[in-house]
Design a protein around this ligand. Structure first.
Ligand code: DGT
Ligand code: CA
Ligand code: ZN
Length: 644
């Protein structure tokens, strides 16, 4: 099966030739052959690309040397046209005519080739004859018997494709946090409604709030006599796409959309990409494992399946040091258990009615699941210095939100009213700046229009003051950072605003450059006196695209230095579940350096403000406390910090 999820033309990270490696080229040429076939190119061209790919794979000589010596077309299987492409890639790092090809072939067609049993030739036929251009439309056509009448296709093909689509889904990998938690909580809720369920809880990476979730783990506690009936009830749930396994203590399922209650909220990314991602979520499936245990075992099983594996290993070692053994059923004397394993070994377990008890028996304090990654939490627990993690209720506002003045779809007032209802004291508006283009169209606020927004905000602030409503808008901008590190707008305009969220959007040039250049450019931007908050630092889209290369440690160090001089430079955790950028792994470092973290929903509509929740989970995962977060401060403190 071809893995088509990651198809894009490689961008060089080098500053000297060879910009592109031999194996990168071989992969691209192989992909190009498939794209050409999908594009309806003639057979000989397709074969030429296939041959060239193979020739490169088996080339032993240094490719750069061959190119420099002008010997590329001497290689058997490489002709003049493709030879030219190879030379350009190696010497310039660019891809000539391939950009067009990669851009032209519908993404959906490429995804169709990922379906086991469906090659490019057939995909092309389905596209030409029936207009099928995505996995979704193919599934629909197969389910409605629209394909069997095509010559060369029969009922067998339909069945094969449907099976293939299922397979593709199953291997498509991890889900974003919002999708995983939507499914996880829906399943947990449904189970908790079954009579005689004593306890049920989501475990695994979902409970640890990882940014993506592989599969769901649910632990269910019930009396042995009730378990069979409970399992029967679960099997009757809606939204079970497939039963992968069913025993008396474990059920493995694939869940699909009917399981979900409500729909998945989306905001914070440009609309084109958002649309595709929504489609994917609604159509997403996720694996779930349910473990059914006796109520007495529940805390042990929950702890075990919460993980992480690394955390568990440390816990078991601590038990061993105390002459104990810890498994998914209990905590018991190693000596007594002897060679017994599993449930039997745990017959005489120490009684623990909660997870807390397990930690206490090991001389530890309970560790919040978010921290269980073996990244210092065991030591902190033993020394009683675990952080007091930030809570959503601690937040009093946020600084990066959009309105209809740029690409949001609500007015200042609509956004504010929603924020007031959330109990916030302030809302930072940061619409896009002038230079931001999407598809050749500017979506930002032109410099001369900034004043209009300013007046509107002043009026609203005045109104609230008169009405004794404790709420205000901070007028900022999500200001584009140019490739050289300059900020959009004039110094005058930027200085007139309350805060500047500096963000990189034109990702192309940043992803084409090496880490060092990008880091320098970002530091340039941050050093600008008007710069306040670094927005979505790497530009990554989870499950969508990687961020640009940048040395975040160096960025944070520089920000720490400037903060030490008493000048506020904060880093954003973009709370959109599509981004969750800055990554949680960097939070602790930011905290140590004294760089305030700002959790921003990057909302494009009022409901989008709720995304703040995801960002807060990530901040917790990064060990952050109330004091570490900029938007836990009161409006008057913020005014002081922003120098107004
Ligand atoms: P995921 O599903 O890839 O997002 O990540 P997890 O953490 O949910 O991992 P998963 O589903 O493979 O297993 C759930 C938990 O069960 C895991 O966090 C720790 C525990 N576990 C699974 N296999 C092992 C193992 O071989 N050793 C130990 N110590 N724990 C394990
Ligand atoms: Ca899991
Ligand atoms: Zn942005």
């Amino acid at each position: 099966m071809v893995n088509v999820s990651a198809w894009s033309l490689p961008k060089t990270k080098r500053r000297v030739s060879p910009y592109i490696t031999k194996s990168q080229l071989a992969t691209v040429l192989e992909q190009a052959a498939i794209l050409l076939e999908l594009d309806g190119a003639n057979r000989f061209r397709v074969i030429a690309y296939q041959n060239a790919s193979r020739a490169l794979s088996s080339l032993e000589e240094d490719l750069l040397k061959v190119v420099i010596d002008n010997r590329i077309t001497d290689i058997k299987g490489i002709g003049k046209g493709i030879g030219g492409l190879i030379e350009e890639a190696v010497l310039e790092g660019t891809w000539g005519s391939l950009y067009d090809l990669y851009g032209r072939v519908p993404r959906g067609l490429v995804e169709m080739v990922g379906i086991p049993g469906l090659g490019p030739k057939r995909a092309r036929q389905l596209y030409e004859k029936l207009g099928i251009d995505s996995v979704e439309s193919l599934k629909f056509a197969c389910s409605n018997d629209n394909i069997s009448s095509l010559s060369g296709f029969g009922k067998k093909s339909q069945e094969k494709y449907l099976e293939g689509i299922d397979l593709l889904r199953r291997y498509q990998g991890r889900s974003r946090m919002d999708v995983g938690l939507a499914y996880g909580h829906a399943l947990e809720r449904r189970i908790s409604n079954i009579p005689n369920v004593v306890k049920v809880e989501l475990a695994g990476s979902a409970r640890r709030k990882r940014e993506t979730i592989g599969d769901l783990d649910i632990v269910l506690g019930a009396k042995p006599g009730d378990q069979a009936e409970i399992i029967k009830e679960i099997m009757n749930f809606p939204g079970i796409a497939e039963i992968k396994g069913q025993g008396s203590s474990k059920i493995s399922l694939i869940l699909e959309a009917d399981m979900l209650v409500g729909k998945i909220n989306v905001s914070g990314i440009d609309s084109g990409l958002a649309e595709t991602l929504v489609e994917r979520s609604l159509d997403a499936t996720i694996d779930a494992q349910i473990r059914i245990v006796d109520p007495e075992s529940f805390p042990f099983t929950l702890a075990y399946f919460t993980g992480s594996k690394e955390h568990n290993i440390r816990m078991r070692q601590i038990a061993i040091n105390r002459g104990l053994r810890l498994n998914e059923f209990g905590l018991f004397s190693e000596e007594e258990a002897g060679s017994k394993i599993g449930k039997e070994a745990a017959e005489n377990t120490l009684i623990c009615s909660t997870e807390e008890d397990i930690y206490h028996h090991l001389g530890l304090r309970w560790v919040p699941p978010e921290l269980r990654e073996d990244m210092g939490e065991i030591e902190a627990s033993a020394n009683n210095v675990l952080p007091n993690l930030i809570k959503v209720e601690d937040l009093r506002g946020s600084f990066h939100n959009h309105t209809i003045a740029s690409d949001g779809n609500a007015t200042l007032e609509e956004m504010s009213n929603y924020a007031i209802n959330m109990g916030w004291e302030y809302l930072g508006i940061a619409d896009h700046s002038e230079s931001l283009n999407i598809g050749g169209k500017s979506i930002g606020i032109a410099g001369e229009d900034i004043l209009n927004q300013k007046l509107e905000i002043q009026n609203l602030n005045k109104k609230w003051k008169e009405q004794d409503v404790e709420f205000r808008i901070f007028h900022g901008s999500e200001c584009d950072i140019m490739p050289d590190g300059r900020l959009d707008y004039s110094d005058d305009i930027r200085s007139s605003l309350s805060h500047i969220v500096g963000s990189v959007h034109a990702l192309g040039s940043w992803r084409n450059r090496d880490e060092h250049t990008n880091t320098e450019a970002l530091i340039n931007a941050i050093e600008d006196p008007t710069f306040t908050i670094l927005g979505h630092p790497t530009g990554r889209i989870l499950q969508g695209r990687e961020g640009f290369p940048v040395d975040m440690h160096a960025i944070l160090r520089r920000m720490g230095e400037i903060n030490a001089e008493g000048i506020l430079k904060a880093v954003e955790i973009n709370a959109s579940p599509y981004r969750l950028d800055m990554d949680w792994r960097l939070c602790k470092y930011a905290k140590e350096l004294g760089v305030p973290v700002c959790i921003n929903p990057d909302a494009h509509n009022p409901e989008g403000l709720n995304d703040i929740w995801f960002g807060t989970q990530i901040a917790r995962k990064g060990w952050l406390e109330k004091e570490d977060i900029l938007n836990t401060k009161s409006a008057s403190e913020i005014e002081r910090l922003l120098g107004q």
